[in-house]
Write a protein that binds this ligand. Structure first.
Ligand SMILES: *Cc1c(COP(=O)(O)O)cnc(C)c1O
Length: 399
């Protein structure tokens, strides 16, 4: 999965070019930077590789989500439909613009269930936010149809799925806007960083302004620029962008290694009696950062996890059901509205109501699901060893 496994001379060269000029900021200093514009160059590469018109880099995937929501005009009291299985950043961003996160169930794609989405739509629904978890995709045809029918915005959180496609189009580029994360453990990394992508010039301009205090970026004198809207500082630095530039040039290599390793591991795990794999709406577009699989029962899954743990072989296998960060069951801070500052009434009320909701279909799925992270550095013998250990543990658990 993570690009940090392949850190090397390419990254050092790009970073050194920035260190030579000493211009660490992405805007201004046109003379002293001697033609070095790493953030701009990375944005162009993202557009080229993702096949979209516009990309705006940000300081993180979380700030990319906040920026995208702001650019789309999502704010106070608006409802954003998001899945019960995602990283906490998804609801953090929604809350940060004053909007209300509406959690709904996932299906066997491990992302938004279109039927649950449709049932959750109200007159306040402004945006649907599918999260393409673990390298693969939501049922985008169904979600795009729902958005068109109800005239709702679609924001793709593709933070975990850089390089994955859906019927030939890159995840992140199918909706009104999409976001990527380049934090340290993502498909490619900047150390920290993120991006908003869109094909809409108006949304792009707003994302560009919002992520830099509202600056309109017109002309060549930063101090003289005006600010049509309020914004924040969510800028990426040139040093981070330089790392990302080296990494994006290796993306195709990362994806082909992931796909090869994924296929081999999947073949081995297929031996487990009663195993099922995640439903992938477009199998060929999976970026294969993870192999996600289901055992027949929660009991068998818990036992398999326990056995792997006892044998010190659990590393790289994620049992999201009991994980602190990715599943609604451990989001007590959200459900209790534990902010450090007062929330507005409508938001607070919606959060406290979350406590009364259950997500039984999501629980039924994730209690039986394990995601195995695919490493770039594995040798064939590593895959056999890891795969066989999992098969043995699952067989023992079900004996
Ligand atoms: C990593 C991640 C984010 C946030 O990205 P950061 O760069 O860590 O802020 C958002 N959503 C999902 C699904 C993620 O996995």
């Amino acid at each position: 999965m993570p690009g940090f496994e392949f850190w090397g001379d390419e990254e050092r060269k790009e970073v050194n070019e920035v260190l030579e000029t000493g211009i660490l900021m992405r805007y201004g200093f046109d003379g002293p930077r001697k033609g070095i514009w790493k953030a701009k160059e990375l944005e162009q590469q993202i557009c080229k590789q993702m096949g979209c018109k516009y990309a705006q880099l940000t300081s993180s995937g979380t700030s990319a989500l906040t920026t995208a929501l702001a650019a789309l005009g999502v704010g106070a009291g608006d409802e954003v439909i998001m899945p019960s299985f995602t990283f906490v950043a998804s609801f953090e961003a929604v809350l940060s613009v004053g909007a209300i996160p509406v959690l709904v169930d996932i299906n066997s794609t491990l992302t938004l269930d279109p039927d649950s989405v449709e049932k959750a739509i109200t007159s306040k629904t402004k945006c649907i936010m599918p999260v393409h978890m673990c390298g693969s995709m939501a049922d985008m045809d169904a979600l795009l149809q729902i958005c068109a029918k109800h005239q709702i915005l679609l924001l793709e959180d593709a933070c975990q799925s850089f390089g994955a496609t859906y019927h030939g189009k890159h995840l992140g580029t199918l909706g009104h806007a999409g976001t990527f994360s380049f934090d340290f453990v993502k498909t490619i990394t900047c150390g920290e960083g993120g991006a908003v992508v869109t094909n809409d010039e108006n949304f792009y301009k707003k994302a560009d302004q919002f992520s830099d205090h509202g600056h309109d970026h017109m002309g060549h004198d930063r101090g003289a620029e005006s600010h049509p809207f309020m914004g924040y500082n969510f800028r990426i630095s040139e040093l981070h962008a330089a790392v990302g530039l080296a990494q994006i040039n290796k993306l195709d290599r990362f994806l082909s290694i992931q796909r090869k390793n994924h296929t081999m591991l999947k073949n081995i795990l297929s031996e487990i009696p009663g195993i099922n794999f995640r439903n992938i709406p477009d199998e060929g577009g999976d970026s294969c950062t993870f192999l996600s699989w289901f055992l027949p029962t929660e009991e068998a899954t818990r036992k398999t996890v326990d056995i792997l743990k006892e044998e010190n072989k659990l590393a790289g296998n994620f049992y999201w059901y009991i994980n602190n960060w990715h599943f609604h069951k451990k989001w007590d801070h959200l459900k209790n509205g534990h902010a450090m500052y007062p929330l507005h009434e409508e938001q607070k009320k919606a959060l406290l109501e979350l406590k009364e909701k259950d997500f039984l279909p999501s629980d039924a799925l994730l209690s039986r699901c394990i995601s195995t992270a695919i490493s770039l550095g594995w040798k064939e013998s590593d895959i056999m060893e890891k795969g066989n250990a999992i098969v043995a543990a699952a067989r023992k658990a079900m004996a």
